[in-house]
Design a protein around this ligand. Structure first.
Ligand code: COA
Length: 249
């Protein structure tokens, strides 16, 4: 890791951890940063087919930090693991830029439904897109995606894709009701600050987005319908009217 990358990584901790008071403090005492440094080395060795050496470096990093990252995992820039202990990141996991994990997070695999000999080549672990925040103890399992700026609540178990900007909580994880629209940008612990719009405002913004998406879909369907009508007579079934008018029992 070159000096510029290291400074960028340290500054990410300064921005995202309210308890980080100086670059020096982060550099000497943040296990998440140390685990990332060991991982960058292990990943380079892995890429150069020095597989056992890569695993040994990864193992050493885990011993020092309590954070296990497979050397093959792909990790973007300004990655932050806060606290760190108990984090596990699997072989085929992919992590975009500006992602934040808290302690106890697993980016884990599930057995793919293919021949067992093929399993090693198949993607088994999640992909996290830019700006995702994964709360402490969350288990994100399988080759699913967590979208840009999405948030995963503490202790959630995520087994399905999380769309961009959505917050999920619980087991199995589902959108968090009125709070499911994530605030823009990073907020510590994934929770809104005084500067971020209130929960109701975020909920309204989410609903407006949904209404716009539905409106676009209706327009598309109307266009398709108009094209069909234009290209020839369509038969309208009488049954439809009968169905609508008939009293329901
Ligand atoms: C998920 C999270 C980001 C939501 O934050 P928020 O936008 O402030 O949302 P709210 O606190 O208003 O909660 C919204 C709803 O989700 C529920 N909820 C929040 N976090 C939850 C969690 N981890 N598990 C289950 N439900 C949760 C709330 O009870 C609330 O439910 P309600 O609408 O029925 O009342 C946040 O609660 C969280 O878990 N952040 C991770 C924190 C963490 O890991 N800290 C460790 C740092 S050391």
């Amino acid at each position: 890791m070159i000096y510029k990358d290291l400074i960028e990584e340290i500054d990410a901790y300064m921005e995202r951890d309210p308890a980080a008071h100086s670059r020096l403090m982060v550099f000497v005492s943040y296990p998440g940063l140390h685990a990332t440094i060991w991982h960058r080395l292990a990943h380079w060795l892995w890429g150069n087919r020095l597989l056992i050496l890569a695993r040994l470096v990864g193992y050493f990093g885990r011993w020092i930090t309590g954070i296990e990252i497979h050397p093959a995992a792909i990790i973007g820039r300004r990655f932050v693991i806060d606290h760190g202990m108990g984090v596990v990141i699997g072989e085929t996991a992919e992590i975009g830029d500006d992602v934040t994990l808290y302690h106890g997070v697993t980016l884990g695999g599930i057995a793919p439904s293919v021949d067992s000999k093929m399993q090693k080549q198949v993607k088994r672990h999640p992909t996290l897109f830019e700006g995702a925040i994964i709360g402490s103890g969350a288990q994100v399992l399988g080759p699913i995606t967590v979208g840009r700026n999405a948030r995963v609540g503490a202790n959630a178990v995520v087994v399905k894709d999380v769309p961009d900007g959505v917050t999920v909580v619980g087991i199995p994880a589902k959108p968090a009701g009125a709070a499911s629209a994530s605030p823009e940008g990073f907020t510590a612990y994934g929770t809104p600050t005084m500067d971020t719009p209130a929960r109701e405002e975020r909920a309204i913004a989410g609903l407006l987005d949904e209404v716009s998406a539905l409106r676009r879909r209706v327009e598309e369907l109307e266009k398709e319908q108009a094209q069909r009508v234009g290209s020839g007579p369509t038969e309208v079934s009488d049954d439809a009217d009968v169905e609508t008018d008939a009293p329901r029992s």
